[in-house]
Design a protein around this ligand. Structure first.
Ligand code: NAG
Ligand code: NAG
Length: 381
């Protein structure tokens, strides 16, 4: 009797679970159709990606149940007191922040660019995201099969320390050999309990439908688990730059480096988490969507992540080579700092290196010429 009851309960749970996902998918499809209909201007990039310029308040972020009454207008952001960094490098051989801006004058004032996604793409992206999410948010501290990391992370001793921001400068590479469902990213991870944000660059054919390096954000908070603007959560505030922008060109190993600066911080007044790229504000994650990260993060990591199906060849990470301490020939994050509880930039000391496979490596240079530098990558080349 007890057993039957248990089965029924399980069936119910499974049923509710799948219905939830299907409903969510339908909602999202409807949402994207609506976006297409209310598009004020359409921009097609050189790579053939279409963006709809939609009213700031009609963007997907505001479908979040906690954001229904959200009235914060982008201009209301309290000015951050610390100067944000523009990507700079003492290395003359660097192109900084040559990215992002949408062609054709960007979107009109009061609107933001949202990538147009077809129904077919959406279904595939949803599946890829679900798998990604299952691996990423697994309660186990161990990584899941196929998921690879080469990172520097705050260690267990520091778990009571709060972090209110993180910044760094990274270089990026084009990695045409990455094939779906593989992906390869350089990223910063900020986490507190089940709340997590990842930001950086990625080659992710399942997500972007191409082999080009893109900017990305990944959000995991409450019911929102997705990349970029594909679920309610991340609010875009920039009319010229989209969070999933394709990156121009590629760093050359031993040659010209293409670098971008990144700054994520929690606004002390509004408690929203803001995202700046190259000193440009792209948007924010409203504090209402978080439970834990409403007040700081307890974990920060920086480096590379990649994925391959178990038993398949390992994808390139970084620039595809094992890292080096020479920034000109390696994938890196440099000038890496975090914001402490006084909102001061500090170089975190309680950290450890973490790699999942000997084919990938990570170096941590505490006092390099370019501040703290984390170099990562490996395999295939
Ligand atoms: C939004 O505002 C309405 C009317 O003031 C209120 O009934 C509702 O509870 C609010 N919702 C949230 C999520 O704050
Ligand atoms: C990076 O760090 C180095 C060494 O601390 C410093 O000289 C340089 O100004 C920093 N660059 C930026 C863009 O902050």
């Amino acid at each position: 009797m007890k057993r039957v009851y248990l089965v029924v309960v399980l069936l119910l749970v499974v049923n509710i679970g799948t219905r939830g996902i299907v409903e969510e998918e339908n909602d999202l499809q409807k949402q994207y159709q609506l976006l297409e209909q209310s598009s004020i201007k359409t921009i097609k990039t050189a790579n053939g990606v279409i963006y709809d310029c939609v009213d700031f308040y009609k963007q997907p972020a505001f479908k979040h149940p906690m954001l229904k009454n959200h009235t914060l207008y982008p201009q209301m952001r309290t000015k951050y007191t610390h100067r944000t960094i523009k990507a700079m490098s003492s290395n003359d051989e660097a192109i900084q922040c040559q990215v992002l801006m949408l062609e054709n004058g960007g979107c009109p004032t009061g609107t933001v660019p949202i990538r147009r996604v077809s129904m077919d793409d959406l279904v595939q992206i949803k599946t890829a995201t679900k798998n990604y999410d299952m691996r990423t948010t697994s309660n186990s501290l161990l990584t899941q099969p196929g998921q690879q990391f080469a990172i520097v992370q705050t260690n267990f001793v520091s778990r009571t320390t709060k972090y209110y921001g993180v910044r760094g400068i990274f270089n990026y590479y084009q990695l045409p050999r990455v094939r779906a469902p593989q992906y390869s990213s350089g990223e910063i991870i900020i986490r507190n309990g089940d709340d997590m944000i990842k930001v950086g660059w990625t080659v992710n054919p399942a997500l972007n439908k191409d082999n080009i390096a893109h900017m990305f954000q990944y959000l995991s908070a409450g019911q929102s688990h997705c990349f970029n603007t594909l679920c309610p959560g991340f609010v875009s505030t920039n009319k010229d730059v989209s969070i999933d922008a394709g990156l121009v060109g590629s760093s050359k190993r031993g040659g010209l480096q293409r670098v971008i600066s990144l700054f994520i911080y929690q606004d002390a007044k509004t408690k929203n988490w803001w995202l700046e790229i190259c000193g440009i504000v792209l948007g924010y994650w409203p504090q209402q969507i978080f439970t834990k990260m409403a007040d700081g993060a307890t974990y920060v990591a920086v480096g590379g992540e990649a994925f391959n199906l178990p038993g398949q060849p390992l994808p390139p990470m970084g620039n595809g080579y094992y890292p080096s301490e020479e920034l000109g020939i390696t994938a890196f994050w440099h000038n890496f700092t975090v914001l402490d509880s006084n909102h001061q930039h500090i170089i975190p000391q309680q950290t450890e290196k973490y790699t999942t496979d000997w084919h990938y490596g990570v170096y941590d240079m505490m006092h390099g010429k370019e501040g703290r530098a984390i170099c990562y990558g490996g395999t295939t080349m």
